[in-house]
Design a protein around this ligand. Structure first.
Ligand SMILES: [Fe+2]
Length: 257
């Protein structure tokens, strides 16, 4: 399986705080069946001042450490970018990280504030799309506005933005409401990828297999593979991805629950 969202790089955000924790997370990911993980540290102006070049350097160092310790996890560089007007300048300066490329568009893992969908967020994503950036919205099922009203996502879906749901949400790790929203999005076929958003072994471990099993039981193995392998793999470079065929339409799932 391929994980598009996790926080393993040591000491650069609120994920792993040192190399030992990073390696432990990587071992846990491998044990869970993850073969490739995209490192997505927070890029949050004023909070976590990470930029594309520094993340790429940290990924290269961590890749060496994985090899030295014999941990069979492929990794690549990305970032979880917090929405904000500062991004306009950073995008122009080439300082923002992307997960990969899909249909000639650079895919950005875009994080909304947890408490709300900010007024104008859809205008911002529309602007990003005009710049050749395809937003993959991180864990919308855990956003408080979306938890209250799923229709808050409609403008983004209508624009063609992709949705990444946290694997743990689907199986209840983030509470009943997030689970309900995750399952509604699954039933509607609106999920592009499941990802772990793993931060640590204690409360936010790498966990993708349980969600894969849930989708497989509910909608079949092909639907599960689309969300944990085929779709996420489609935006990675062929050299680091798994050479998987192009993604299925996000609307692959129509079962009722
Ligand atoms: Fe995250």
């Amino acid at each position: 399986m391929i994980d598009l969202h996790c926080h393993y790089l040591p000491g650069i955000d609120d994920g792993a705080q040192n190399l030992e924790e990073s390696l432990a997370l990587a071992r846990a990911a491998v044990a869970d069946g993850i073969t490739h993980a995209v490192m997505t540290p927070h890029v949050h102006v004023g909070v976590f001042e990470n930029r594309a070049a520094g993340i790429a350097q940290a990924v290269a160092q961590f890749r060496d450490a994985l090899a030295q310790h014999g941990i069979p996890l492929r990794i690549s560089a990305g970032g979880e970018v917090r929405i904000g007007s500062e991004l306009i300048e950073l995008l122009a300066a080439g300082e923002l990280p992307f997960l990969g490329v899909l249909k000639q568009q650079r895919v950005m893992l875009l994080e909304l504030p947890h408490g709300q969908v900010p007024v104008g967020a859809d205008r911002f994503t529309a602007w990003l799309r005009k710049q050749g950036v395809l937003p993959l919205i991180a864990h919308p099922e855990r956003n408080k506005d979306v938890m209250r009203n799923l229709a808050k996502l409609d403008p983004f879906i209508e624009q063609g933005c992709l949705l990444q749901v946290t694997a743990g949400s689907l199986v209840g790790s983030f509470g009943e409401v997030a689970q309900r929203r995750a399952r509604e999005l699954l039933d509607r076929g609106d999920i592009f990828a499941l990802a772990t958003d793993a931060h640590n072994l204690e409360s936010r471990p790498p966990m993708l297999a349980a969600a894969h099993a849930f989708v497989a039981a509910d909608a079949g193995e092909a639907a599960a593979s689309a969300l944990t392998q085929r779709n996420p793999g489609s935006l990675l470079e062929p050299t680091v991805g798994s050479g998987v065929p192009p993604p299925e339409s996000p609307r692959t799932h129509s079962a009722n629950r």
